[in-house]
Every structure is written in structure tokens, then in C-alpha cells.
Design a protein around this ligand. Structure first.
Ligand code: SAM
Length: 238
């Protein structure tokens, strides 16, 4: 009806239905006597899985650099955010998050900066300004071109010597047994995959070295983490 006159009804990006409900999750964590991150690990993943990812990031040298500025895409409950802040005490921590109640709670609780979030850019963040850009279980829930838009933005904002960490579903996280578990689960929230080669080449073309990879549980399957470092180029440190 609206199209002929040039209008379209569009679902807002700030859509709470995309993530677990804030109040119910907070209440359930309280009732279980657990910090919200540990509760989410227990309920939706496996206990200790968040810390395991942080440990694997550390093993690849992610925290072996001065980290003054961090940017995280889609922090949700903040289960990684909390541990990253505890590990490297950054001077500033900015988030791009579409779920408003969680975003506001993270700002109040951890004093992070919530940037305006359009769903595919890091427009409020300057080029080459961030020492650690990271994202967990977000990119494989986006449409492939939005994932690529975010990857392009991640590459843009990473500082020389800065680290980039994110996970995607690759061919190596969709072996037959794992794919069978996804199919049997009826899950619908994982919507895209990317080949490992594509991701590594994408960052190589933008001047990043590949530091390594690891897998993490993402129930009922697993997700593939890739870790990069932006190479300093002539003039970057001047
Ligand atoms: C599956 S949850 C993962 C949350 C958190 N990273 C974790 O692993 O516990 C996906 C998160 O990304 C957020 N999100 C979804 N689409 C987004 C987008 N286009 N830009 C930024 N955040 C987004 C959701 O609100 C949610 O917090």
C-alpha cells in the first residue's frame, strides 16, 4: 500500500526480540545466585566457556600489547566485556549493541560508552584508533553482507599493532556431526557462514597478520574464532 507513494515499513534495528530478555535473565541469574555471565554460560552454553575463550585469546597474545582502547560489537550481557576489562584495564571501552536494555545496563554497570548502533557500521569510531576490536557470537547471526560491512569497519578502526578477535561459522565448524546437531536442534538464529580462507584473505588485504584461531562451544555446535593483528605501516607511529 505504501510502496507506490515511496514509503516502506521497516522493523527497527533496536529490536529487543533479537536477544535474551533482559529482566527475566537478570532475575533468573539472581535466583540462581550467579553473576549474569556465569548464568548464561550455564544455561545457554557450558560452564566456563567465556573464560575459556578469554584464555585462548590470551594464549594467542591478544593481551600482550598496550590496550588503552577497546571496541566490542554486540556485547549482550557483557560476559566477555567484564573479563576483558578485568584482564587489561582499558582507558576506554566502547560498545555497539542493538538491544537497548542490555546496552543501558552495561553503561551503568561498567561505565562503558554506548555508540549509536546502525547494525553494520562503527561510524562513531575513528580510523586506526582501537587497540582491541572484538565480537562474540554476533557476526554469524547477521546477513552475510552486513557481516562483511562490520568486518570492513573492524579493519578500519583497528590501530597499528592492535588486535582483532571475532568468531564466524566456517567449514571447519560445520563438520557432519556438528551440522547434524544444529539440524536436530531446530535452531534458526545462525544465519550465515564464511570460509576461513575468505576471512584470512580479507584481513591480509587490509594489512593484518593472522595470529591464529580456535574453536569455542556455541550450543549445540561450535564456532570458529579468528585472531588478527594490524601491521604497523610506514608513518603509523609518527
Ligand atoms: C547471540 S548474542 C551474543 C551476545 C554476547 N556477545 C555473548 O556472546 O554473550 C548477539 C548480540 O549481538 C547483538 N546484535 C545483534 N545484531 C547486532 C548488530 N547488527 N550490531 C550490533 N549488535 C547486534 C544482540 O543484541 C546480542 O547482544
Amino acid at each position: 500500500m505504501l510502496r507506490p507513494v515511496g514509503f516502506q515499513v521497516v522493523r527497527p534495528v533496536d529490536d529487543f526480540a533479537d536477544y535474551i530478555p533482559f529482566e527475566r535473565t537478570q532475575a533468573a541469574a539472581l535466583a540462581a545466585g550467579l553473576p549474569v555471565g556465569e548464568y548464561i554460560d550455564r544455561e545457554f552454553n557450558v560452564p566456563g566457556s567465556t573464560q575459556d575463550t578469554i584464555d585462548r585469546m590470551a594464549a594467542l597474545g591478544v593481551f600482550d600489547r598496550p590496550i588503552a582502547r577497546v571496541c566490542e560489537l554486540g556485547p549482550g550481557s557483557g560476559r566477555y566485556l567484564e573479563k576483558v576489562i578485568a584482564t587489561c584495564s582499558p582507558r576506554s571501552y566502547e560498545i555497539y549493541e542493538t538491544a537497548a536494555p542490555w546496552r543501558d545496563w552495561l553503561v551503568d554497570t561498567y561505565h562503558v560508552t554506548a555508540q549509536p548502533t546502525d547494525g553494520h557500521t562503527l561510524a562513531a569510531t575513528a580510523d586506526r584508533s582501537v587497540d582491541l576490536v572484538h565480537s562474540h557470537k554476533v557476526l554469524n547471526g547477521l546477513k552475510i553482507l552486513d557481516t562483511c560491512r562490520y568486518l570492513d569497519e573492524i579493519a578500519r578502526v583497528a590501530a597499528p599493532g592492535g588486535a582483532v578477535v571475532f568468531d564466524v561459522l566456517t567449514e571447519r565448524s560445520l563438520d557432519e556431526a556438528t551440522l547434524r546437531r544444529w539440524l536436530d536442534s531446530g535452531a534458526g538464529y545462525v544465519t550465515s557462514m564464511m570460509s576461513e580462507r575468505f576471512a584470512v584473505d580479507f584481513f591480509a588485504r587490509r594489512g593484518f597478520a593472522f595470529l591464529g584461531d580456535f574453536f569455542a562451544t556455541s550450543m549445540p555446535g561450535k564456532t570458529h574464532y579468528l585472531v588478527f593483528e594490524r601491521q604497523p605501516t610506514t608513518g603509523d607511529r609518527d
